[in-house]
Design a protein around this ligand. Sequence first.
Ligand SMILES: [Zn+2]
Length: 433
Amino acid sequence: MSGLRAIRGEIVHFLGDPADLGADALAHFPDGLLIVRDGLVAELGPAADLLRRLPAGTSVDDYRGKLVLPGFIDTHIHYAQTDIVASYGEQVLAWLEKYTYPTERRFADPAHAAAVAEFFCDELLRNGTTTAMAFATVHPASVDALFAAARKRHMRMIAGKVLMDRNCPDFLRDPADGGDAESKALIERWHGRDRLLYAVTPRFAPTSTPAQMALAGRLFADHPGVYLQSHLAENEREVAWVARLYPEARSYLDVYERYGQLGARSVFAHCVWIDDTDRARMATTGAAISFCPTSNLFLGSGLFDLDRAHAAGVRVGLGTDVGGGTSFSMLQTLNEAYKVQQLRGQRLPVERGFYLATRGGARSLYLDDRIGSFDTGREADLVVLDPAATPLLARRTAVATTLSERLFALMLLGDDRAVAATWVMGEPAWRRP
Ligand SMILES: [Zn+2]
């Protein structure tokens, strides 16, 4: 890490949830300076004030004309599905059989896993995403490959080995101990190393036996600070299947709760088909939802109810869910999130959208004391957005009169092309050529 450096530009971050705090949630410096020391945020304020006090010779990267925000946080993605993004025609259960399992089989080969992991981390950075919570595959080497690629780039990454021991092909089935020894070895090897964190990763309730579900709950309980990630109530047929497999459970969510998988640091993707009792349990236990709009639309799963989740007090982050999702871009994810809310008769104000992609995502992961904002002491991960990145964006933002209008244009019209640079721990990690 270098000592001191600074970033100048139009700087925006959130102090809290705009749904609760209104306009007070937003901090905006039209000509701001972000000072970074040893990779952490040291100070943020108007450039006119801070430049005068900056020690002579401090390097200042000048992004005036562009927007500087905290790096995006993707709370649900499958790195091993990078090569099947945009595969035609199925809903989730058939999707798994037809596309997912064959592509995940290839991760038994560590060289293949390493090549995909390198591409995946570069693609996240190209899209301004500096933290992700990712599924690997059942193969321990697939986890090693992803953590190694993230570590090389100093990225925050939460990941884990998929647990799966029924209703899946033999070539992806866990050994007789249910993946216990492999999971423990991976936690030992990676959890808490640099910026890396481990997540116990049962794919979803239908592909684990009750014995493996209990094992996953034990792994989660026995390793403080470790995460748990899974899928919940994505698709109506899936929900009916879970009801047949676990007839004793009140609901799909109740299955996870019965096996000790609900609590702070457990993150469930989708949650389209849950009820108010489920939402109340998630809020009480501190579990989080990852809202994955491009995936929910692409796989025809349904429309997530963001307002009800918020009203119940559930923590919510955003996920791309690549490869069921159709873009690595959190801007495109927000674009689709906005439309999902429209179809529900709800609104997603632009400030709330960017909050969910940054500080809200961090909060859902219990990492808002580390990332997601430019509060003093936070890890200096950031994305530089170019409001004139494409001819249409340039034309639209030229007539925009407010910050909200410009951010909304970026959210609807932007994608990886709008990302001018991405910084990780106070250092440039990617710059648009
Ligand atoms: Zn998923």
